[in-house]
Design a protein around this ligand. Structure first.
Ligand SMILES: [Ca+2]
Ligand SMILES: [Ca+2]
Length: 206
């Protein structure tokens, strides 16, 4: 009896694991491709430019650049379910793999308290590299800050490059059936892949 219950439980978990995961690319991060210079991005440390259509450092030892994003357009029932995740895709590069950078995503509550911060690994890819980070979104998240950070270890210029930063929302199809679509306005959703696919793809890159 105990044994058949255990088997039944593991079957339930494995079938949940293979539920469809739905990914929707949003336009919540603006000018993530830096084609409009530094519009929507604030520089808090060092100096940067986007003269070539991507972010890069100037004659500086470190830079820190932020974009603050409201999450008000997201379906609040879905958000408060605790079953909503995000994925940030971006491209990162460097000059001769010396100066390192990383991207971070911070979620804050309505009072501006930080609820969680997720960091990409600090690295200096030798050529443009496709990167992504993801995690669950805290239930009380009200705003999000995308932070780009670079430090110089070689030469005069801080050669940490970022481009094509995009923000996607993810939830299982079961969760969406229960709480509605991703947005308060309930935009139709796009169905993609299995639950483990994004994790496997991320693992392969690291
Ligand atoms: Ca660009
Ligand atoms: Ca350098």
């Amino acid at each position: 009896m105990v044994r058949s219950l255990l088997i039944a439980t593991s079957l339930v978990f494995s079938s949940l694991s293979f539920a469809d995961v739905v990914t929707m690319k949003t336009d919540l991060v603006q000018n993530g491709d830096f084609e409009n210079g530094m519009e929507h991005w604030d520089t808090y440390l060092g100096n940067v430019n986007a003269d070539s259509g991507f972010l890069k450092g100037g004659l500086t030892t470190a830079y820190s650049v932020d974009q603050n994003v409201s999450l008000a357009s997201i379906n609040k029932y879905l958000l408060s379910s605790g079953e909503l995740s995000f994925l940030v895709d971006f491209q990162q590069g460097s000059y001769i793999s010396k100066d390192k950078g990383r991207l971070a995503v911070a979620f804050k509550d309505v009072d501006g308290n930080v609820l969680s911060v997720i960091y990409s690994p600090s690295k200096a890819p030798p050529a443009w590299s496709d990167e992504s980070i993801g995690a669950s979104i805290p239930i009380n998240a009200h705003t999000m800050t995308i932070n780009l950070y670079g430090t110089r270890s070689d030469g005069s210029y801080l050669d940490v490059y970022f481009d094509n930063i995009s923000f996607s929302l993810q939830a299982s199809s079961d969760t969406l059936n229960k709480y509605g679509g991703f947005y308060a306005s309930d935009v139709p959703v796009l169905f993609l892949g299995g639950l483990f696919l994004p994790f496997l793809m991320r693992r392969k890159k690291s």
